[in-house]
Design a protein around this ligand. Structure first.
Ligand SMILES: Nc1nc2c(c(=O)[nH]1)N[C@H]1C(S)=C(S)[C@@H](COP(=O)(O)O)O[C@H]1N2
Ligand SMILES: [Mo]
Length: 406
């Protein structure tokens, strides 16, 4: 008699955990067969994201929040955008995970286990704003290729880890050090093991800042896998692409780091403004450093309806790269006049700040509420689009919501 081989009990129970309910007739599943529920992963379940998050791409996974989903003061995993350039690493072996510091500008390269990093260096916790350089890309015209982020590729979570500075001091850095570059465990989409999906970095001054962390916790827990477990670089206020996830190696370079997506036009904008659609030579493109001033109205959700004669409480967050936001305003007449909103001090440097206002409307009808932040150097957000650039980076136009007074 020919016999089918069925899955083992242990396999069945782990499948049950993954599916989240009893697999009826599970013992009849042929060995080697994956239930449909797991063949086509649901990214919301897979990454524990809220159902209202917007899926932009499934290869690689890219999801963004909607403005109203970012209402929390500190972004929780459920609402944190995902930006991947390659494949999320699988089967992470934390016990054997190491981080190596090497490169032309270290006196001698050094490798730390995760346990060593955690026990040898002092822990620090900061709220850090990380925004994708391409957040807002969807609005540019002519359009730019890439994920069509609207407003939701930004987060401000609490990150705990050790200062990169403390590690670099422990290793010993030569005086000719210029830049650091990260190398991570995610695989290139092509499957070519020699290719890295992304390997970016920051100049030494940013690497040595107090708030630049090699973090192992997000919001007080292990970092979720998709956000860089077990260890990620967090470089607040700079394009989020500098905050490398799944860090295995950091090279201290004697020149500007030239890893994947550091060169050409990646994460660069024209050094001088250009006309929309203009071709720009690579040598005329400059690396994006501190992100520009920006804000987001997170309450109410656009489309709110209120009763005539009532005031509307609005709130949200504002941030300005390395700078503090010093002024927050709103307009209900398409930017003709502006009223002051209340802006709170940041929890720490590089954390986003919370604003609020109580808005009154003169009569019934359709309105838009626009929000505008100004940074410590006096630079404000543009009302509509900022300078066009070939890759569609740095759109910090005023956010607006629709309100109906009836
Ligand atoms: N190793 C690795 N780090 C990475 C990336 C990546 O694809 N691989 N993407 C970068 C980019 S472009 C962004 S915007 C942020 C997104 O961080 P998040 O997915 O945790 O929100 O991670 C950065 N770090
Ligand atoms: Mo990004």
């Amino acid at each position: 008699m020919k016999r089918r081989s069925f899955i083992k009990k242990a396999t069945l129970s782990s499948l049950t955990v993954l599916v989240g309910t009893e697999i009826v007739f599970g013992e009849m599943i042929p060995s080697g067969y994956t239930p449909l529920a797991l063949q086509d992963p649901d990214p919301f379940k897979l990454f524990q994201k809220n159902k209202e998050m917007i899926l932009l791409n499934d290869r690689p996974w890219n999801l963004e929040a909607q403005a109203h989903l970012l209402d929390e003061k500190i972004t929780s995993n459920e609402f944190m955008f995902i930006r991947n350039n390659g494949k999320v690493p699988e089967n992470i072996d934390v016990k054997n995970w190491t981080v190596t510091i090497d490169g032309e500008s270290v006196k001698q390269s050094k490798t730390y286990t995760l346990e060593e990093l955690k026990s040898k260096f002092k822990h620090h916790t900061y709220q850090l704003t990380i925004e994708c350089g391409g957040n807002g890309r969807a609005e540019f015209d002519p359009p730019a290729k890439g994920n069509q982020w609207t407003v939701g590729a930004v987060s401000c979570a609490t990150w705990t880890g050790v200062r990169l500075k403390d590690i670099l001091d422990d290793v010993g850095i030569k005086s000719n050090a210029v830049y650091i570059g990260y190398h991570a465990a995610d695989a290139h989409l092509s499957g070519d093991a020699k290719k890295e999906p992304i390997s970016r970095g920051v100049p030494m001054a940013k690497a040595m800042q107090e708030e630049t962390l090699l973090a192992f916790q997000m919001n007080g827990k292990d970092i979720p896998l998709v956000h860089g477990y077990p260890v990620r670089l967090v470089s607040g206020g700079w394009p989020a692409s500098t905050s490398g996830k799944w860090i295995q190696r950091i090279s201290v370079r004697n020149k500007e780091h030239d890893g994947e997506k550091m060169t050409g036009s990646s994460y660069r904008v024209p050094c001088e403004p250009v006309a929309p659609g203009e071709k720009v030579k690579d040598e005329d493109m400059c690396i994006i450093e501190s992100m520009p001033v920006k804000s987001l109205i997170t309450y109410p959700k656009s489309g709110a309806v209120i009763d005539s004669g009532k005031k509307l409480s609005i709130r949200g967050h504002a941030w300005a790269g390395e700078l503090e936001v010093t002024k927050m305003e709103y307009s209900i007449d398409y930017g003709s006049t502006w009223q002051a909103a209340k802006i709170e001090a940041p929890a720490n440097r590089l954390a986003w700040q919370h604003f609020s206002a109580s808005v009154s409307f003169p009569k019934k009808g359709y309105y838009e509420v626009w929000a505008r932040a100004t940074d410590a150097q006096g630079t404000s957000q543009p009302m509509l689009l900022p300078g066009w650039n070939p890759k569609g980076y740095l759109n910090n136009a005023c956010h607006r919501i629709a309100v109906k007074v009836s």
